[in-house]
Design a protein around this ligand. Sequence first.
Ligand code: AMP
Ligand code: ZN
Length: 486
Amino acid sequence: MDKGLHLYNTLTRTKELFEPLQPPNVGMYVCGPTVYSDVHLGNCRTFISFDLIFRYLKYSGYKVRYVRNITDAGHLEGDRDEGDDKFAKRAKLEQLEPMEIVQKYTLGFHDVLRMFNTLPPSIEPTATGHIIEQIEMIKIIMDNGYAYEANGTVYFDVEKYSASYNYTILTNRNLDDMLANTRELGGQDEKRGRLDFALWIKAKPETIMRWPSPWGVGFPGWHIECSAMSAKYLGDEFDIHGGGMDLAATHHTNEIAQSEACSHKQPAKYWMHTNMLTVNGARMSKSAGNGFLPAELFTGDHPLLDRGFSPMTVKFFMLQAHYRSTLDFSNEALDASEKGFRRLMNAVNLLDKLVPAAESDFEIAPIAANCIKAMNDDFNSPVVIAELFEATRIINTVYDGKGKISAAELGKLKKLVSDFVFDIFGLKDEDASNTELNDVLEMVIDIRKAAKENKDYATSDKIRLGLQSMGIQLKDSKEGTTWNKV
Ligand code: AMP
Ligand code: ZN
């Protein structure tokens, strides 16, 4: 396959593309968070998208080794190996050790992803835990002639690399245009070429996070950690490398260059990039100051929020967009997602109450086939959600006695929900897990039943209307009374 032309966002027919990999093993590397501060909702979108991909590959029978790193060193504020170290700056601000900062925000990151019910990766390596591997890789790149040392800092030689390899393979940019748009080197610069980037950076006297190396005391550049850790855990060539779209032009471009300069091999077969979560059209980012923290979203405690939204509502909102489309945050869109998610969950909760008939008005296999087809077509979750709403309609029709379903079709319907809603999307019914609410409502429903039996309709109506004003609707049927949120 011509990797050069097809590398960027080309995972369109998943099953087919992976078929040659039998026995089914997939190596997937995703760039993880930089843990000097809380993750915002935009970061979460990327990790939730790769969780969907991880879950679907596993569901499809692949054995996936999913590596997602933690960047806990070597991140400077400037794009071009300049500026303060983000960890050291934050440590000063919070009066903590840099590693206390790392620990605090790594734990926070895990807590947030747990709330979104994402699966942990198979390996979660840290940059600081792999300094030796990074140094070893830099040594090989230098031995191969693609890097040079200048005054304790090691730079990657982009011009030398470009003579044999394609530096713009991911972006299709023109190298001359890139050069024209990059600041010229001044007399002070140690770099030989304008596009050269640091593999190892000499420590300043005030640098706290520092390690010994063959080039003196310093710390690794940001890009080398992912090349070193992906090669260590997945090999020189693996299947999928992912991250947000904003990483393609620099971080991933430099990763490919480093890996090729080391092993002479393209590291990943498929590069997958998730699109950005935006706010009023602008990318959500830490530096732009428009990054909601997930906790603010859940409580509603943010000036741009009308109220709070639950983690599963937010996850459903994200799944309603394809991972390669931009997704704009708005209160209205979240309101709509909340309604949609409740409609789906209310129907799911009715599944066990459906009584099968001898015949069936509905066939579930075409719906299930459409879901698989959509997921095989570049993980098209919005199409799957449309199909799940069709399943919702069937459930409600049968429950309302306006249609029949056979035991066999009901079994398929249950499997569809279990596979797609729970296993692949990783959604969960937040109300069902709220056992206190369930217990209280069960008790209230019992009191209302007793009131009705005693012909005390004033009390039974008071309960029904009171619950309704709280957004809880009771529904009476032959089988008893059920409730759902409206
Ligand atoms: P960072 O912690 O800044 O390195 O980002 C972690 C991951 O989140 C990277 O894969 C980024 O590309 C991704 N990311 C950052 N901002 C957004 C956004 N607004 N929407 C989606 N993903 C994002
Ligand atoms: Zn990375």
